[in-house]
Design a protein around this ligand. Structure first.
Ligand SMILES: NC(=O)c1ccc[n+]([C@@H]2O[C@H](COP(=O)([O-])OP(=O)(O)OC[C@H]3O[C@@H](n4cnc5c(N)ncnc54)[C@H](OP(=O)(O)O)[C@@H]3O)[C@@H](O)[C@H]2O)c1
Length: 341
């Protein structure tokens, strides 16, 4: 067996879009497994959009890679040495902790995403453990079913629809009786999506008017938006949301070049991923039938001195525009009213 381990290190952090100069190929000795560890020769390494975040100096939902460190990443491969009682050479192991390298020392029993999973090569080609039977598959499955809560007849729009996650989202949506709409970057990709069962597609790179194209593809609106990209696609689909729609902010690959940009606007979508926060639309009129109950409680609280309130009153109908503009400049202090007569 070779004694050399080739591995890719993070050479420098990207300014904007990463380029080849961000990485350097390094050779090191094949590492030796310690007690309870295994040495695995990678057969497949996964390449995933999240790696862009790990190259950044700003931490996302996981720690970043240091300069000179091996790039993080998942893989699947063959155990070539073992100091662990439950693993033997020849076993197949999958883990998110491989890194971009030929040989990895892994620690079975490690909890969480860096866990080492035993793969049965008889079940499916081993590389499936990095795709539909692995992290992307789980992303599609839980993202759509648990967060999206699909119902038969729903229109489900998927961005990066032909990708690792997207293609599964569309197919699971079809299994749930939904109408699946693909957004992808080439006609070839869209043909593939249609072959998978997607009902309609939008090519976001050639559409002259993305919003109009999404509208055409979703005449009844969008009930579930599984957003893998953010960016202009996000904006176009958000315009078509139906009442009670569910939006899954899964990824922001369209922002890869602006990862280090200040946290304004769309950058907050990243915060939703790292905090798993939910954003739900609200309209008070949906609660109008319970108006009486609420007013009674408010009045009681006020009477008991539990709530205070401030109003800002201008006099004369001629001051209506002024009153309105005060709202926009922040000159009002309290509920802006105009007193007449
Ligand atoms: N939240 C989670 O737990 C989680 C887990 C896994 C993945 N993800 C996210 O899910 C998304 C998809 O990941 P994946 O592994 O399935 O990757 P993928 O879709 O297989 O590959 C990325 C695709 O993104 C599209 N893309 C790239 N730049 C774009 C741009 N500027 N505008 C629009 N689309 C662009 C491209 O497809 P087109 O040619 O069709 O544009 C590209 O093929 C990523 O954002 C990833 O970060 C999130």
């Amino acid at each position: 067996m070779t004694t050399v381990n080739r591995r890719w290190l993070l050479a420098r952090r990207p300014e904007g879009m990463p380029d080849a100069g961000c990485f350097s190929l390094d050779t090191a000795s094949v590492p030796a497994p310690g007690p309870g560890q295994i040495l695995v020769k990678a057969r497949f390494l996964s390449v995933d959009p999240y790696m862009r975040g790990r190259m950044s100096r700003t931490a996302g939902y996981a720690a970043g890679t240091g300069i000179g460190e091996v790039m993080r990443g998942g893989g699947v491969g063959e155990v070539v040495a073992s100091n662990h009682p439950e693993w033997k050479p020849g076993d197949t192991a999958e883990s998110m902790a491989f890194g971009w390298q030929e040989f990895s020392v892994l620690t079975p029993g490690h909890p969480g995403p860096d866990a080492v999973n035993r793969i049965d090569p008889a079940l499916a080609p081993i590389e499936s453990a990095l795709s539909w039977l692995g992290m992307p598959g789980l992303t599609a499955y839980f993202g759509l079913l648990d967060v999206g809560r699909p119902r038969p007849g729903d229109t489900v729009v998927v961005s990066a629809a032909s990708g690792a996650v997207g293609q599964l989202v569309g197919q699971i949506a079809k299994l749930c009786g939904c109408r699946a709409v693909a957004i992808a970057g080439s006609d070839q990709k869209l043909d593939w999506c249609r072959a998978l069962g997607f009902d309609a597609g939008v090519n976001h790179r050639t559409a002259t008017d993305l919003r109009a194209a999404v509208k055409d593809a979703c005449p009844d609106g969008v009930d579930i938006f599984f957003d893998n990209t953010s960016g202009p696609i996000h904006d176009a689909v958000m315009k078509r949301l139906s009442i009670g729609a569910r939006v899954i902010i899964c990824g922001r690959i369209a922002l890869a070049a602006t990862h280090e940009a200040p946290e304004v606007g769309e950058r907050h979508l990243g915060r939703l991923i790292s905090t798993r926060a939910s954003v739900t639309g609200f309209l008070v009129y949906d609660w109008w039938h319970r108006r009486g109950e609420a007013l009674q409680r408010l009045a009681a609280w006020h009477k008991a001195g539990h709530i205070k309130y401030r109003e800002d009153v201008l006099d004369g109908i001629e001051r209506m525009p002024e009153a309105f503009l005060r709202l926009l400049t922040g000159d009002n202090f309290g509920k802006q009213l105009v007193r007449l007569g």
